[in-house]
Design a protein around this ligand. Structure first.
Ligand code: NAD
Length: 307
């Protein structure tokens, strides 16, 4: 079975001390046990970019468990994409969809168009796009090369534009399929808390995520009359390869916790559960929204004791 629900039983083992007073080694583990997954996306097809690792992998597995056929987009690591597809199709959920890996660089226009063509050939159409692929190339401003700036903007922002444009073309061409969804299509942009929190030493990354916010809202406004919904999920710190140095050692984890009032790192499933719900008709009236999943990182944690 797939693992999509937090297990709150760990609460019982905790003392009455506030979580923030515990040492990192004393923090309770968040266990994500098996749960009944409703097939809210049955009959729909999703493309998840950058789905061979981290958040994209978690979302791909969850969408598949909820019944969607899923294109596992990847660049470079074909074995990891196969592993995601295997995990997605062996989740134990009765109504799960199919999963197929498709290689494409999201910053390359013709490769994105080729990926959509492959998805449509295999599954007939596309109903959901999760714009997840992203990377960091960090440097202090005066040392950041133009190549580093361009690479991050090309993948994180232009890649999302290219995939959103192909998605809208397909959604408008096909229109609403009332048997699977009351919307003609759904786009979810994986942004970041850094669409609102400035980030010294990461000016290219923060600019790309700030750009996603206005791109997402502008597209949402433009396509809403066609019943196409466009939203962003803004993760805080999630345990994935992109930020390994921020959680791998106890010292790094303790330092990270100063930024998170809820006192735990996020897991890919925290994002995946919202992605499934956001793509379902249960979220039908939500468009143009940035939804933060960050354990309170955007609550100005420094003001908990200061100010
Ligand atoms: P990750 O490194 O595991 O995932 C990023 C994925 O994007 C990788 O699989 C990578 O191969 C893929 N990718 C990179 N360039 C690509 C390209 N040109 N074409 C196609 N795929 C490409 O890290 P992650 O944390 O899972 O990141 C996923 C998204 O979540 C990113 O957009 C990231 O900015 C965002 N995010 C992550 C965190 C976090 O704390 N992990 C927080 C906020 C936002």
């Amino acid at each position: 079975m797939t693992t999509l629900n937090p297990n709150h039983s760990t609460r019982a083992k905790m003392s009455s001390a506030r979580i923030r007073d515990l040492k990192p080694s004393e923090l309770p583990e968040v266990v994500m046990p098996a749960c009944e997954v409703r097939p809210v996306l049955k009959g729909q097809t999703a493309i998840v970019t950058g789905a061979s690792s981290g958040i994209g992998k978690g979302i791909a597995v969850a969408l598949c468990a909820a019944g969607a056929n899923v294109v596992i987009n990847y660049i470079g690591n074909a074995a990891a994409a196969e592993e995601t597809a295997h995990e997605a199709t062996h989740c134990g959920c009765e109504n799960r969809g199919e999963a197929v890996p498709v290689m494409a660089d999201v910053s390359d226009e013709s490769q994105v168009q080729g990926m959509f063509a492959q998805a449509i050939k295999k599954f007939g159409t596309v109903d959901i796009v999760i714009n997840n692929a992203g990377l960091q190339q960090d440097a202090p401003l005066e040392e950041m090369t133009l190549a580093q700036w361009r690479k991050v903007i090309d993948v994180n922002l232009t890649g999302q534009f290219l995939c959103a444009r192909e998605a809208v073309r397909e959604f408008k061409r096909r229109g609403i399929r009332e048997d699977v969804s009351c919307a003609a299509g759904k786009i979810v942009c994986i942004s970041s808390v850094h669409e609102v929190i400035p980030w010294a030493g990461h000016v290219n990354y923060a600019a790309s995520k700030g750009g996603i916010m206005m791109m997402m809202k502008s597209i949402a406004q433009e396509v809403a009359p066609w019943r196409i919904r466009v939203n962003s999920i803004c993760p805080g710190a999630i345990r994935t390869p992109i930020n390994r140095s921020a959680w791998e050692t106890p010292e790094a984890y303790a330092s990270l916790m100063k930024l998170i009032p809820y006192k735990r790192i996020g897991e890919p499933q925290d994002i995946a559960r919202l992605a499934v719900w956001l793509c379902s008709d249960e979220a039908d009236y939500i468009t143009g929204a940035s939804l933060f999943v960050d354990g309170g990182m955007t609550l100005y944690p420094g003001f908990e004791t200061g100010g």
